[in-house]
Write a protein that binds this ligand. Structure first.
Ligand code: KIV
Length: 259
């Protein structure tokens, strides 16, 4: 398979420096992130973080396409990855049909598939047909129930290492490791040649990804693996208090804001 310059660069970075990755769901946010990120993922986390749905499984393909189109408008240098929603890649026919539509409508650089421990062949066939694919193992919300860190027990560790090796063999250009125990994440990162991108999986990974809304404190979701850089919710509340006070007291709009 002929890889694009962007994808080749992502693979090369494994041995050079850590990869910086974040999610984005809209053009204004992607415009800010583009300069600082190697990869921007339009994650299916848009379901819970943006739409307030109970599960990422609820988001539909056309909604994901709309968010990717918005994000793509701001991308200048980073690699845009489309997160395939639940039930959009159950077999190779369905995956190819949906990905054809995705690339036509969004011009993204790659797609991400969550591993269910069985869909390696679908991934392999997609790569063989020229589609750059990012894998995703560990806590994979589309296929796992209640949240639980992964790879702690010996047998779980072996299973995850094996899964990563199979995904590499199938031709993926990188793998997201979600909430995987640090020892297991380190072993996977050392065993494979493609970059591992961790979320809650320690600094042994080749790169890090977070949901942007979590990073800025807008989602109200603070699991252990999210560093609290800023509480944007509080900052917005302070602005709103001032706005409310100004409107009620007629201080806004002043002459300055009036025609
Ligand atoms: O949907 C998403 O945001 C993701 C990241 C957590 C990797 O898959």
């Amino acid at each position: 398979m002929k890889l694009s310059k962007k994808i080749k660069k992502i693979i090369k970075l494994k041995s050079k420096r850590k990869l910086v990755c974040l999610t984005a769901y809209s053009k204004p946010i992607a415009k800010i992130l583009d300069k600082y990120c190697d990869i921007i993922l339009v994650g299916d986390s848009v379901a819970t973080a943006f739409y307030g749905m109970k599960s990422t499984k609820e988001i539909k393909l056309d909604t994901m396409i709309a968010h990717n189109k918005s994000v793509k408008k701001a991308i200048r240098k980073s690699t845009l990855v489309f997160d395939m929603p639940f039930n959009s890649y159950r077999n190779i026919k369905e995956a190819k049909k949906n990905i054809k539509k995705i690339f036509k409508k969004t011009s993204c650089d790659a797609v991400k598939l969550e591993s269910n421990g069985k869909n390696f062949n679908i991934l392999k066939k997609l790569v063989q047909s020229g589609i750059p694919v990012m894998g995703h193992i560990g806590y994979t919300p589309q296929y796992k129930g209640k949240f639980k860190p992964q790879g702690i027990k010996n047998n779980e560790q072996k299973k995850l290492i094996n899964e990563a090796l199979k995904i590499q063999k199938a031709g993926a250009f990188s793998i997201v490791l979600e909430c995987i125990n640090s020892d297991t994440a380190k072993k996977i990162t050392n065993r494979i040649n493609i970059p591992t991108i961790g979320i809650g999986s320690s600094n042994s990974c080749d790169g890090q990804i977070l949901v942007f809304d979590d990073l800025i404190g807008l989602s109200g979701f603070y699991p252990k693996f999210v560093k609290k850089y800023i509480n944007l919710q509080k900052i917005i509340e302070n602005v709103l208090k001032k706005f409310r006070r100004d409107v009620i007291s007629s201080r806004f709009p002043s002459k300055l804001h009036t025609y």
